[in-house]
Design a protein around this ligand. Structure first.
Ligand code: NAX
Ligand code: K
Length: 512
């Protein structure tokens, strides 16, 4: 098995160009195709030539990257798998360029008909054709393989012989460079349950696709390299947040700030059955930097909080944001408590058990924080419907409730009701390691988000910054730390992160 995609602080594109890295655009297949068609139509000779300039540019970038990966290898050997479409064309034109540089390239045509012009060019440059059995036998002796079987035209899954090859390559550990995406995945989908190639590097064109950045598909992509083809893509409807985006928005107190200006957050979480949730939510809120935390939950938890976190105030008072629901369990007054909190006219985080008692309206200033099971219950659909298409599910939840929604999980999705220039946009939080997949992570995350709301962030950015901060903290502290220990390490991550964002880059809290 190829290890999960390594987590990195800054995007490769940002590092390479020296620009400040900001949110990554994620393009759909339809957006890429429309932009490619417009670009090709404008090419001299029009769109009907066998090989477009776009393909040659894609192939050149691919060949360049493979060449760099081969650097220093004596007599490098590459195996190319070619499929029936333009993805195969990219691979063949890249092979031609590698052959011209002295790389030995053998090729398995996985389909009877492949890109004709690319095939002619590569064979003329010295491409050696091999069959399926030889392609498997070659795996131990090649330096790397190029997967140009299917690209954005792919349906999930592989023909049997290719699936057999992909499993063998994965077992042997042969590095695979996937062209556009690992064959067997589908660009707009997050799932990876059909047979697919596992890549060490994926070279994609125009913009990242959902499969590259959302789990579980992202784990099959390895390192992602985006080749900018200047396609003139429309504003992205799906984006991935980078650490810098969090750094410039995280509320940092100014010289005139005091506890009230920084934000007072109320925590109505926990119950006699689940007192721990109240403690964990309060821990999350406190270590995210609240000016003051008021704990409004059960006595049992209040006593422990007084001892462990003596700065927390027990009992009601004015707040600038509130969290309700974590660890409530079944309580008869859930709806009543939410409605009373809505009367305060401050932003709310509604978590866990509060999600089962939502009022029908008035949630515009609220952040809902369901995991996949809770979102499925909210929408009255199956859990697998949510995990198969999380983007659609999170949008439906926004339409249904009018609130901002954070869908928690290995990849965390945020969508809001609009009115902030975002409309239908879905943002992915910075990813982190799976260590955070444990009981209590949601409670600390909800507390953090409430603090960020109290600090003036919009529900969208409170959700994105809290989820990203928890993930980044877990990445900086790998290991099985319990959720309150991860929360206790958040201040260190905050200090480190904001130090990297120059004061001039900081955005006003309400900026999207
Ligand atoms: N459109 C363009 O101008 C450009 C496209 N480029 C490349 O072209 C690719 C897209 O090319 P295509 O549209 O030809 O699509 P693909 O090359 O992805 O292949 C599509 C073909 O594979 C078949 N297929 C898909 N999934 C299958 C499965 N699971 N089992 C069996 N057969 C399957 C389809 O029926 C279709 O015939 C991009 O991913 C990219 O690599 C680049 O050259 C840049 C320019
Ligand atoms: K591919």
């Amino acid at each position: 098995m190829t290890p999960a995609r390594p987590w990195r602080w800054w995007s490769a594109s940002g590092r390479r160009s020296g620009r400040t890295p900001v949110m990554r655009d994620i393009a759909s297949v339809a957006e890429i195709r429309a932009a490619e068609e417009a670009t090709m139509a404008a090419e001299p000779g029009g769109p009907d030539r066998g090989t477009s300039d776009l393909m040659l540019r894609a192939a050149e970038a691919l060949a360049q990257l493979v060449w760099q990966e081969l650097a220093g290898r004596p007599e490098p050997r590459v195996l190319l798998l070619v499929g029936p479409g333009n993805n195969g064309g990219d691979g063949l034109w890249a092979a031609q360029r590698l052959l011209q540089r002295g790389v030995r390239v053998s090729c398995w045509r996985t389909a009877p008909d492949v890109h004709a012009e690319g095939w002619a060019a590569a064979t003329e440059a010295g491409l050696t054709e091999i069959d399926a059995a030889e392609a498997i036998a070659a795996l131990p002796s090649i330096d790397l393989a190029i997967d140009a079987v299917f690209g954005i035209g792919a349906r999930p899954g592989l023909p049997d012989p290719v699936a057999t090859w992909a499993a063998a390559a994965s077992d042997i550990g042969t590095p695979v460079v996937a062209v556009d995406l690992p064959s067997g995945l589908a660009a707009d989908r997050v799932s990876a349950d059909a047979p697919h190639v596992r890549a060490a590097i994926t070279v994609t064109f125009g913009a990242a696709k959902l499969c590259h950045l959302a789990q579980p598909a992202a784990s099959a992509c390895g390192r992602l390299e985006v080749v900018d083809l200047d396609l003139g893509l429309p504003p992205a409807q799906v984006r991935a947040v980078e650490p810098h985006d969090v750094a410039v928005r995280w509320p940092v107190p100014g010289p005139l700030d005091d506890k009230y200006r920084r934000g007072v957050v109320g925590i109505d979480a926990g119950s006699s059955s689940y007192p721990g949730a109240g403690i964990l939510a309060t821990t999350g809120a406190l270590y995210a930097g609240a000016g003051m935390v008021r704990f409004l939950g059960p006595e049992q938890a209040a006593q422990a909080i007084s001892l462990r976190m003596p700065s927390v105030t027990i009992g009601p008072g004015r707040v600038q944001a509130m969290l309700l629901g974590s660890g409530w369990g079944d309580r008869a007054d859930a709806r009543e408590r939410i409605e009373a909190a809505l009367e305060l006219d401050v932003p709310l985080v509604l978590d866990a058990d509060a999600l089962r008692s939502l009022p029908a309206s008035g949630l515009e200033n609220c952040l809902l924080t369901p995991h996949a099971g809770e979102l499925a219950a909210l929408l009255d659909i199956g859990r697998t419907d949510v995990t198969a298409d999380p983007i659609a599910a999170v949008r439906r939840a926004v339409d249904r409730t009018g609130a901002t929604v954070l869908l928690k999980g290995a990849t965390q999705y945020v969508a809001g009701p609009g009115g902030d220039g975002d409309d239908r946009r879905v943002d992915l939080a910075v990813p982190g390691p799976a260590w955070t997949g444990q009981a209590g992570s949601g409670d600390t995350l909800a507390g953090m988000a409430a603090t960020l709301l109290a600090g003036g962030l919009t529900p969208r950015w409170a959700a994105l910054a809290a989820a990203s901060m928890q993930a980044m903290t877990a990445a900086r502290n790998p290991g099985p730390w319990p959720p309150d220990e991860i929360a206790a390490r958040v201040p260190d991550t905050v200090a480190w992160l904001v130090d990297q964002a120059p004061a001039t880059a900081r955005l006003s809290n309400q900026t999207q």
